[in-house]
Design a protein around this ligand. Structure first.
Ligand SMILES: [Ca+2]
Length: 313
């Protein structure tokens, strides 16, 4: 079987960077056509810089990195420096990337790629607010049926929220974009907080990555050293949740995960619960299922896979 073609849409973010590294470490499974950046955890100039730093850490400067949307569709930008640090990638000693941004807008790259490739052969891996994807669907509705699958980190049901009591950051940052994506009809798999909060970068797991004793191993461990501080303080957990890499791990080893095919709607108007992913987990409505909503993961299996793959870089 040939490698599955993917585009990673991202707002790095330490966990985004680990997801990108996991994809780069898996070329026989995943053909990374390009990376499109979006404003999210930090503003666009930083996310588009951090994506290039990550590619350079893996010596994969051949992957085109595009800058995309610098603000949500209908709202002012909100960011999450309180989680990720001022750079978005706090932890390792960072450098000014040598590789340039690819020419053109990330949204145009998504549209052109989906039109150029065979229908049903490109998967969109979304690790940040859904602004770029929604903008592409708005501009070029013909691409929607050409998407193989959208695999996203976003939302929550049982864990409810992390940026507000009711909402997860990626959805809250651009709920109008999320609504467009969830109503698009494209096949969607969601990695909500319900599962990512079970995939914790505990000390022994981070030390196993550091012990690879490679540039990528040290880079990853130093990011996770910083990243875990916030969540360990907030939740009293044993480590930071490795949200975004769940998206890539799903493509590599879906048997690590389980969930339900349910209807998911996005709250866009309530001031109290805006950005909430209203997932019909219990099937109490007759609304048509539009997403595979993941609820559980084999965390040990996930970290074994991650560590083995990172060792290749
Ligand atoms: Ca992210």
């Amino acid at each position: 079987m040939s490698a599955r073609k993917i585009i990673i849409d991202t707002d790095p973010g330490q966990d985004d960077a680990v997801a990108i590294l996991l994809a780069l470490a898996s070329p026989e499974d995943l053909d990374l056509l390009g990376i499109t950046c979006v404003a999210g955890n930090v503003p666009l100039p930083l996310t588009s810089k951090n994506a290039r730093i990550t590619c350079e850490a893996a010596s994969r400067t051949d992957v085109p990195v595009y800058a995309g949307s610098k603000a949500p569709l209908a709202r002012p930008l909100i960011t999450a420096e309180h989680v990720h640090g001022q750079t978005g990638l706090d932890g390792p000693k960072l450098w000014e990337p040598q590789m340039p941004l690819a020419e053109g807008h990330g949204v145009d790259f998504i549209i052109a790629t989906l039109r150029a490739q065979e229908p049903g052969t490109v998967t969109l891996c979304t690790l940040g607010p859904l602004t770029n994807i929604a903008a592409a669907f708005n501009t070029a509705p013909d691409i929607i049926e050409r998407v193989q699958e959208i695999v996203m980190m976003g939302g929550a049901y049982f864990e409810v929220g992390n940026i507000t009591p009711a909402a997860e950051f990626n959805i809250y940052a651009d709920p109008e974009a999320a609504e467009i994506v969830f109503r698009s009809g494209a096949p969607i798999t969601v990695m909500p907080l319900d599962v990512t909060h079970k995939v914790l970068a505990t000390k022994p797991r981070v030390e196993a990555i550091r012990a690879l004793n490679t540039r990528v191993g040290r880079f990853t461990a130093e990011m996770l050293d910083f990243f875990e501080r916030f969540d360990m303080e907030k939740y009293g957990s044993e480590g930071g949740p490795l949200h975004d890499p769940c998206v890539i791990a799903w493509l590599l080893k879906p048997e690590l995960f389980s969930g339900r095919h349910v209807n998911v709607e996005i709250e866009t108007s309530s001031s109290l619960t805006v950005g909430m992913t209203v997932a019909d987990w219990w099937g109490v409505t007759d609304r048509t299922p539009n997403a595979l909503f993941i609820g559980d993961a084999d965390a040990d299996g996930f970290f074994t896979l991650l560590t083995e793959r990172l060792a290749r870089l």
